[in-house]
Write a protein that binds this ligand. Sequence first.
Ligand code: FES
Length: 176
Amino acid sequence: MGYNEPSLPMIRTRVLSPQSVDQIRAAMARYPESRSALLPALHVAQRQVGYLSVEAMEDVAEVTGLPLNEVASVASFYTMFSLRPVGRHVVRLCTNISCLLCGSDEVLAHLRRRLGVGPGETTPDGAFTLRVEECLAACDRAPAMLVNEELHGRLTTQAVDTVLDRARGDGQAVGD
Ligand code: FES
């Protein structure tokens, strides 16, 4: 007669730090429903982990009390969230109409040259991921790009060089 070992509950180690969990709980406290804190919670997780891994989304689901599929569907809806590993600095250039009219195509060509990668790609040293976006809500400062969480507007190729050099040089994420 076979012996079935009693199954033990799975114990999963959180990837989110206690500080991140505290930040998510603080965001939840600002709203009557925890669902309303989902976007800030995903930002907290992405800021810590670098992208929204399955484990990070599981932690967000656990802390907010929301189903994992709801967390994952929101995370996959917004282009500001990355579901795959990215470089230490994520450069998001807007190529929508206002920015295009103000020269975002030139800026994109310059970014391609400087970084040696195209949109959606990461430099071999893992320093930069390049993305293009539809609108950064900074149309009055076109052409605009976000580097991590810092907005840069009225871009010129020289301004792009300054931002990239600063990001590469200080070893810190721009905007940290
Ligand atoms: S069109 Fe580029 S920020 Fe809106």
